[in-house]
Design a protein around this ligand. Structure first.
Ligand code: ATP
Length: 426
């Protein structure tokens, strides 16, 4: 399995992900997505939105405020329950999550631990100029609550009937005790979540439906079954709101850990947010009730991480590294090169192709060094096809198109480039 440091260094060298605030010595486990990282991340988010919102007629999206009324977190149970057990080493004062330790002594210095105490993970701040209790607010620790709080507004304005879902992509914040492992666990991260509202008697059916959807989503990212494990979370270990949870775990280079989760949240949240009356009325029977909820949740950053881990390939024979990204996720779909940078005719022809294709796809341009070096650079960032304009191009308006994975080249007419690429992006 690929060493995580290999991925971290490729990400930095090739503009995917940089350490946050690096020139100031960094900020504990914060990471910035660079020019190629933001493309990859956006492609994942757009694919998700298209698949789960646009292609379905039982789904709508929202984009809610990051900071919500603190009463939201009281009603949801987060103020009371959203905590991890924290222990501190009596010698070196390092802090750890008690449930993640395998031994009862400090991994840094062997010292003894304090008794565990519950540490609330919500990130606090103040709204308004006075830093006093009345102005205390929290950055949301999950995107989910907005779908419950906005449920009635969405159901009424969109005239949605059960079953239907509300989707959201956005940032969440958790004051994690032990962030780390690159973008696996950060204090600021992104989630893609769906709250899918059903009648109580249908929950099992839709739980199974979403299990299937989550499995097929992984295929879209190019993640095979080999490193995925589905874990049924037993009674006692589930979040306070859940009656059934299945975690999708992945074998990361640093161990098997959570990637995504699927939970049956019952009507716990809607009951707590709408205590005075049911927020849903069946248009036919007139019956009023609190719908039950199936919640599939996906971490965006963990999606980026597994996509990169699965795509990373070392071709020892050809001495190259390439990212075998599904073409629809690749930051650039294609790169265009003039065979020689000092031949104005070749450069002009290549520029013309580059400018035309750029209107439709993200396209890279490279005229440095030799073609071999340019292939090498494009392979490392996962560009599926490289187009080279050579002397024959000037005569018959064809170019070579080289395939990232096989290294094979075919001649394609310039007029056919657009369909050639489009067909392969589905
Ligand atoms: P973990 O057990 O790893 O702390 P969790 O069970 O608390 O995760 P959820 O509350 O189910 O996580 O959050 C939903 C998804 O959000 C997770 O499956 C994961 O993909 C992502 N996620 C959660 N915490 C973080 C984090 N600190 N950094 C990056 N992604 C995260």
């Amino acid at each position: 399995m690929t060493d995580i440091n290999t991925i971290i260094s490729l990400c930095k060298r090739r503009g995917f992900i940089f350490p946050g605030s690096e020139i100031y010595g960094g900020l504990a486990n914060s990471w910035d997505y660079g020019p190629l990282g933001v493309e990859l991340k956006n492609n994942i988010k757009q694919l998700w939105w298209r698949r789960f919102v646009h292609e379905r007629d039982d789904m709508v999206g929202i984009d809610a405020a990051l900071i919500m009324n603190p009463k939201v977190w009281e009603a949801s149970g987060h103020l009371k329950e959203f905590s991890d057990p924290l222990v501190e080493c009596k010698e070196c004062h390092s802090r750890f999550r008690a449930d993640q330790l395998t031994e009862n002594k400090c991994p840094n210095c062997g010292g003894e631990f304090t008794q565990p105490k519950q540490f609330n993970l919500m990130l606090k701040t103040y709204l308004g100029p006075a830093e006093e209790k009345a102005n205390e607010v929290y950055f949301r620790p999950e995107t989910a609550q907005a779908m419950f709080v906005d449920f009635k507004n969405v159901a009424d304005s969109m005239r949605k009937r059960l079953p239907f879902g509300i989707a959201q992509i956005g940032k969440a914040f958790r004051n994690e005790i032990t962030p780390g492992n690159f973008i696996f666990r950060m204090r600021e991260f992104e989630q893609m979540e769906i709250e899918y509202f059903v009648r109580e008697e249908d929950w099992q059916k839709y739980f199974d439906h979403w299990l299937g959807e989550m499995r097929s989503w992984l295929k879209e990212l190019g993640v095979g079954d080999a490193r995925i494990h589905e874990a049924e979370i037993p009674d006692g270990d589930r979040a306070h709101y859940s009656k059934r949870t299945v975690d999708f775990e992945y074998e990361y280079p640093f161990g098997q850990k959570e990637l995504y989760g699927l939970a049956y949240r019952t009507n716990f949240d809607l009951k707590n947010h709408f205590p005075d009356g049911a927020p849903y009325r069946d248009p036919e029977s007139g019956e009023e009730f609190w719908p039950h909820v199936i919640e599939p949740t996906w971490g965006v950053d963990r999606s980026v991480l597994v996509t990169l881990l699965e795509a990373y390939q070392e071709d020892t024979e050809k001495k190259r590294v390439y990212l075998k990204l599904p073409p629809k996720l690749a930051p650039y779909k294609v790169a265009v090169f003039p065979l020689l940078a000092n031949k104005p005719d070749l450069v002009a022809k290549a520029r013309e192709i580059y400018d035309t294709l750029r209107k439709k796809f993200p396209v890279a341009w490279d005229d440095r060094g030799n073609v071999g070096k340019r292939y090498y650079a494009q392979d490392e960032i996962g560009t599926p096809w490289c187009i080279t304009v050579d002397f024959q191009s000037l005569e018959d308006s064809t170019v070579t198109v080289r395939d990232r994975d096989t290294g094979e080249q075919v001649r394609v007419s310039v007029a056919d480039l657009d369909p050639f690429i489009s067909e392969r992006l589905v």
